[in-house]
Write a protein that binds this ligand. Sequence first.
Ligand SMILES: NC(=O)c1ccc[n+]([C@@H]2O[C@H](COP(=O)([O-])OP(=O)(O)OC[C@H]3O[C@@H](n4cnc5c(N)ncnc54)[C@H](OP(=O)(O)O)[C@@H]3O)[C@@H](O)[C@H]2O)c1
Length: 260
Amino acid sequence: MSEPPHVLITGAANGIGRATTLELARNGVRMGLIDIDSTGLESLATELRSAGATFVAATADVSWRWQLCQAVKEIEAALGPVDVLVACAGFGTLTLVPDLALDTLRHTFEVNLFGVAESIEAVLPGMLNRGRGHLVGVASLAGYRGFPWMISYSASKAALIAYLEALRPGLARRGITVTTACPGFVRTAMSTGVPYKRKVKMIEPEQAAQHLVRAILRRPRNCVFPWSMGMGLAILKLMPDRLFDWLMRRAGPEALAVDF
Ligand SMILES: NC(=O)c1ccc[n+]([C@@H]2O[C@H](COP(=O)([O-])OP(=O)(O)OC[C@H]3O[C@@H](n4cnc5c(N)ncnc54)[C@H](OP(=O)(O)O)[C@@H]3O)[C@@H](O)[C@H]2O)c1
């Protein structure tokens, strides 16, 4: 019988990454777990140990190359080469005009774009040598357009979507699949901080995890969920700029408890 695949997950300690880890554990997968939150990682490890899961956890900042490479080295030494990378670590906060908060913009790109690129860089040479592998980058539907209450976040996810898309054809010729995951609203620490006036329809991290696990099995180019929000955002993406601006001017202040 062949060995179960080795899946490396960044941002594993909380939210979508944590739920995905627990779902993968139920599927008997070997897991490398990386997160900047060492306390969260430790509590996850306790839960996984009692479930009898096979895993190695390491604390690292995905945007710090040296730390990340050390963590990946440690994990691969224990579990063998990574078959699938799920780059889920992310950062998001409100950025509103007129405060362009360039430090926030820089940090958001460091984590959401460079953190994913560094994670890919850490596992790609091995995958290229073996002529197989699967890279799953967790972007966001917020990257489909520039949303005025999440300027930095939207920009970073749009950049990530384009980055993963651009990697796809060249890596496919070398046996490596790239999947861009675009979740809508998921109930985690990141999304609950946004001051929406009304209740926003969110899916649970466990539902997001099921979509990601299915994407690991089926290796689609894109994994957009929930379906209804994906449709809405696809329409928004095709909308003429004039109409989009009008909608944002209306929808923004009506939807948010803060002005922009
Ligand atoms: N929640 C949503 O509605 C939603 C929607 C679309 C896409 N996404 C994307 O889904 C992914 C997971 O988000 P989530 O909602 O599960 O957020 P979350 O609950 O905040 O989990 C993100 C995890 O990544 C960790 N992390 C942050 N910066 C890191 C770094 N530099 N190095 C290593 N780990 C780092 C966080 O640690 P700390 O907690 O210590 O910061 C946290 O454990 C993100 O890429 C996010 O952009 C989320």
